[in-house]
Design a protein around this ligand. Structure first.
Ligand SMILES: [Zn+2]
Ligand SMILES: [Zn+2]
Ligand SMILES: [Zn+2]
Length: 520
């Protein structure tokens, strides 16, 4: 029993409670009393303010004007929700002329609002027969006549100044324009030199063809063999999305995820097409995978997210590592590198050799502590004991150099390396071990083409076609925007962004490649 608690039934306690109630009643704490007091206080404040205004000769402003000044589009964190990729600077750079011209044909500027609504509804219908697409191409006669008033030569001159894809879209925009321009702009697309323009032109019809998928090596639409049931398999060659006549003579556009897994470009197309309707593609969640590479012991898990019309990827690769004290140079290389291809065993972009990526992994491995050694074990070795050896710090924080996340200066890829405690279910003696965890985030682009999409070509280190052929150079740090890929990804999926600051993966921008021997 606690001797300090008062006995509420004793007469002194009862007396104190009774007297206390008399002296200080509860009446002033009721809601009515609070409301009354608030009203009176507001009145007093108002009176004081008007007196002050009268004395200093100014007009009193009503307090409601400023109290409700919350701005729209601000979330609970006080941040404005807008995407890093839709900033004005990037929109101006790559204006989509093809889409602009298609919109001319699509009543957005010509027809009444009612027509527009009806047609949008029709386009979203998955059972809409794409052969009836001409129904959608009614153009107002007033504007048709305006187009007619310009001469054929003038329209041809305009078409000559446009890039081939836009000229082809222009000739299909209306019957009048087709009569004036003829089919020459369409035939120009068959020229092998205009292959990328042909792809850009065909891709503008993507939303009208739910049962077809654009094949980039052929620059043709093929019928999907299992619409809606496409599944990403490790053996993607024997599970094609469509039957392509050039399957054996062309190279399937794809990306290396890890040593035994690839991502064919068709799956990127399918997930991005899902925004038109469920019949056009597959959900991005269906692409997530988790696998273990039995030889190296690395575990990988992938996750995808569509953001602002682009597919973002996250690959988390992890592997158990021994304590730094027992680690030799050779053992370190066996953990990090595939000894057949001489490439890292975790997921990486095409520029891993140039920057600090491998040096960072090695620095992290050097921070792994040794397992605890009891005082008895220490005494058996030498007649001295050390507390730090018996109770080592298991949370590995790394050093100032290796802790920050890095962004590749050549492509939209970011890396975060950590050492974490993991449970190894296969080891009954010492189940909790340290593991190196390499997280990689990449922006895979908007699915426009595996040959010209700036993000895709940058991540895979592919050669970019010239501007005339429809290519764009990619510069990572000018595209990073307000938030990096990792920030966008993690804030949508886990609700928090990684706390680490972001540095450049290759601060000196040296491109030594195979010759720069520091990576091995
Ligand atoms: Zn094909
Ligand atoms: Zn370090
Ligand atoms: Zn890169």
């Amino acid at each position: 029993m606690d001797w300090n608690t008062p006995d509420l039934n004793s007469w002194p306690a009862k007396l104190v409670i009774r007297v206390g109630k008399k002296l200080r009643s509860n009446k002033q704490f009721t809601q009515e009393a609070i409301d009354r007091n608030n009203a009176r206080a507001a009145e007093i404040r108002q009176r004081r303010r008007s007196q002050h205004a009268h004395k200093n000769h100014y007009q009193v402003r009503r307090s409601e004007d400023t109290s409700n000044s919350h701005q729209g589009g601000v979330n609970e964190l006080g941040e404005r929700e807008y995407s890093a990729f839709s900033e004005a600077s990037t929109l101006v750079e790559h204006k989509d002329h093809t889409e602009m011209l298609h919109r001319l044909a699509h009543h957005d500027s010509f027809d009444s609002l009612v027509d527009q609504m009806v047609d949008k509804h029709v386009l979203k219908d998955p059972y809409f027969d794409s052969a009836r697409i001409d129904v959608l191409r009614r153009v107002s006669t007033v504007h048709e006549r305006l187009v007619e008033t310009l001469t054929d030569e003038l329209w041809k001159k305009i078409a000559d100044d446009l890039v081939p894809a836009d000229a082809a879209s222009l000739t299909l925009a209306s019957k009048t324009l087709h009569q004036k321009l003829g089919s020459a702009p369409l035939e120009a697309l068959n020229d092998p030199q205009n292959k990328h323009h042909r792809i850009a032109f065909l891709r503008s019809m993507d939303h009208q063809l739910p049962r077809h998928l654009l094949c980039f090596p052929c620059a043709k639409y093929h019928v999907r063999s299992k619409p809606g049931k496409e599944s990403l398999k490790a053996d993607y060659v024997n599970n094609p999305v469509y039957l392509c006549p050039a399957a054996k003579t062309s190279v399937l556009p794809r990306m290396r995820l890890t040593q035994d897994r690839q991502l064919p470009y068709s799956f990127l197309q399918l997930t991005l097409r899902n925004s038109y309707s469920g019949a056009h593609g597959i959900d991005e969640e269906a692409l997530s995978r988790r696998w273990k590479h039995s030889e190296s012991g690395w575990n990988h898990r992938t996750r995808f997210m569509v953001h602002d019309g682009r597919l973002l990827l996250r690959v988390v690769s992890q592997c158990f590592v021994p304590p730094a004290a027992t680690l030799t140079k050779t053992a370190e290389r066996h953990i990090l590198y595939d000894m057949q291809e001489y490439k890292p065993l975790f997921s990486h972009c095409a520029h891993w050799q140039d920057g600090d990526l491998m040096k960072m992994c090695k620095c992290w491995l050097s921070h792994v502590p040794a397992p605890p050694e009891s005082y008895m074990q220490q005494l058996k070795k030498a007649p001295k004991i050390n507390r730090a050896v018996a109770h080592p710090q298991f949370i590995v924080r790394g050093c100032d150099w290796c802790r920050p996340a890095r962004r590749c200066p050549e492509c939209p890829t970011e890396y975060l390396i950590e050492i974490q405690m993991m449970e190894d279910p296969q080891d009954p003696v010492r189940p909790f071990k340290h593991a190196i965890v390499v997280t990689r985030w990449s922006d895979l682009g908007n699915g426009s083409s595996p040959y010209t999409s700036p993000e895709w070509t940058a991540v895979n280190g592919l050669p970019v076609p010239t501007e005339e052929e429809g290519g764009h150079e990619y510069e990572s740090f000018s595209h990073v925007g307000r938030r990096a890929v990792s920030g966008i990804f993690e804030s949508h999926i886990s609700g928090s962004i990684p706390g680490q600051r972001m540095l450049s993966l290759n601060p000196k921008n040296e491109k030594l490649g195979e010759e720069g021997h520091g990576w091995y």
